[in-house]
Write a protein that binds this ligand. Structure first.
Ligand code: IPE
Ligand code: IPE
Ligand code: MG
Length: 243
């Protein structure tokens, strides 16, 4: 829920933003779920649950704003090191994200869902669910949501390098290399957002972030909202206008 003042600021920002020049591809590091929960005396899992709800909201806001691509960092290659109960809970949320009811809603809104990362590390059931959402939304032409799970930029670059070596091509250019990355069908993000006050990439889109604008907020991911999203767009445009 947005507070009254935030709602007013959101309305003001709406008029200041040039909606024809917002980024086509936004990538978000949804960080701070654990701290959000701990500060409220709740278990970290409650933060992941709240974060999932906010993520769904932001997907539909992105759809409403006619973004072309939204890449969401949901689970990193490093996140396996967390306590097993937390890892299992997050994977449970990922499974919920790809249930029939959500697939129906993606299709209704012409949203295409893709997974980036090495999904082979998940159980066969989870992989099956992931493949079914990819297949059932494949024909959609609106917003593409890249869901980054078991994703790490260095792992992705190694994966691409192995594939390019196996193919034996000596035409190794920036453009050619990009075809071997998980993001093959998608341009690089113009804007990368990280919540929670941390100012690291934590392995996110290392190759693709080469020219991206980075925007940080101290708010934890479960407190992210449409107003902050607008603020990111506004500051992104201010920077572009200066350039
Ligand atoms: C981000 O929130 C979600 C995932 C990494 C899965 P965190 O769980 O990292 O929350 P903090 O950063 O510990 O507060
Ligand atoms: C980055 O957050 C990964 C996601 C948002 C899924 P982390 O909380 O895992 O990253 P570090 O450990 O702070 O670098
Ligand atoms: Mg974190």
């Amino acid at each position: 829920m947005l507070s009254f003042t935030k709602e007013l600021k959101k309305r003001r920002l709406r008029h200041l933003i040039n909606w024809d020049a917002i980024p086509k591809h936004v990538a978000i590091m949804m960080d701070g779920n654990g701290r959000w929960a701990t500060r409220r005396g709740l278990p970290r899992t409650a933060g992941h649950f709240a974060g999932m709800k906010v993520m769904e909201d932001i997907i539909y806001v992105s759809h409403k704003l006619k973004l072309h691509y939204l890449t969401l960092y949901a689970f990193s290659t490093e996140n396996w090191k967390r306590p097993a109960v937390e890892v299992e809970y997050i994977i449970g949320l990922i499974n919920q994200f790809v249930t029939e009811i959500n697939i129906h809603r993606f299709n209704e809104n012409n949203i295409k869902v893709n997974f980036i990362g090495d999904i082979s590390r998940f159980s066969e059931d989870t992989q099956q669910l992931m493949r079914s959402v990819i297949d059932s939304t494949n024909g959609n032409t609106g917003l593409t949501v890249n869901f980054a799970v078991n994703y790490g930029g260095r792992a992705e670059i190694i994966h691409a390098t192995r594939a390019i070596v196996a193919k034996g091509t000596d035409n190794i250019t920036i453009e050619e290399f990009g075809k071997y990355l998980h993001t093959v069908d998608c341009p690089s993000p113009e804007l990368i957002i990280r919540t929670s006050g941390e100012k690291r990439l934590s392995g996110f889109l290392l190759w693709q972030a080469a020219q991206s604008e980075l925007w940080f907020t101290d708010e934890m991911w479960p407190s992210f909202n449409e107003y902050l999203y607008y603020q990111a767009f506004y500051e992104y445009q201010q920077r572009k206008n200066r350039a």
